[in-house]
Ligand binder design. Structure first.
Ligand code: DC
Length: 206
């Protein structure tokens, strides 16, 4: 069975948490496509040319434990604005989406560009203040030396770049269901996403 769930939205809206939970609930595979851009951006920070990095990503690049820093996030957003970098990452994402057993992909352009025929499309968002607070707690919890103001400015800069680029900008697909998680806890947001998948797919067979 092929079944694709596309989950897009701005930084720190809860896409990752929701995607993992949906994948676990239905037994689908999950690809965080931001990791592809983060891994590319990290290699660029080390001096490599963006396109060379994107074309030669390895499994080890994706598994590094230093991809979640603010510096790598900004580098990812910058390489993601280069059309040739995006093109170099398409085949991997298409193959993942088409795997048997179902797949959840989360990112910025999954419902619009990578999987325009996805069975379910969610656009997960939340207001700036809520997203910045979540990211601040995550980064400071990991020991990073960050301030709330700095995290908010960083998110806004990244969202503006991701939304305003010419190729595959961040925006909801016309047929996406928008899930605003500003006033929601994790459990409610996950339940809403699972309910949407069930609505399309039918309840999980026992
Ligand atoms: O989801 P994330 O924060 O890990 O993504 C890091 C950056 O990668 C994000 O700022 C923009 C880029 N990105 C993208 O352009 N397209 C995607 N499908 C996923 C991420």
């Amino acid at each position: 069975m092929r079944f694709t769930v596309a989950i897009d939205g701005p930084a720190a809206a809860g896409k990752g948490t929701i995607s993992k939970a949906v994948a676990a609930h239905f037994g689908f595979a999950h690809l965080d496509t931001g990791l592809l851009y983060r891994a590319t951006g990290r290699r660029v920070l080390e001096g490599e040319a963006p396109l060379d990095a994107a074309r030669t990503l390895t499994a080890e690049d994706l598994q590094r434990d230093d991809l979640r820093t603010a510096a790598v996030a900004q580098a990812a957003s910058k390489v993601a604005a280069i059309p040739e970098v995006r093109a170099a990452l398409v085949d991997f994402q298409h193959a993942f989406a088409a795997r048997m057993g179902g797949a959840v992909l989360d990112g910025r352009d999954i419902g619009t560009v990578i999987c325009p025929d996805a069975d379910v499309k969610l656009y997960v968002t939340a207001n700036d203040a809520v997203r910045a607070e979540r990211r601040f707690l995550e980064l400071s919890g990991n020991g990073a030396d960050v301030t709330r103001e700095g995290v908010l400015a960083d998110l806004r800069e990244r969202d503006a770049r991701d939304s305003e680029r010419a190729t595959a900008p961040l925006k909801p697909a016309e047929d996406a269901v928008v899930l605003d998680t500003s006033g929601m806890g994790i459990a409610a947001a996950v339940a809403a996403a699972i309910a949407e998948v069930e609505r399309v797919r039918g309840p999980d067979p026992e």
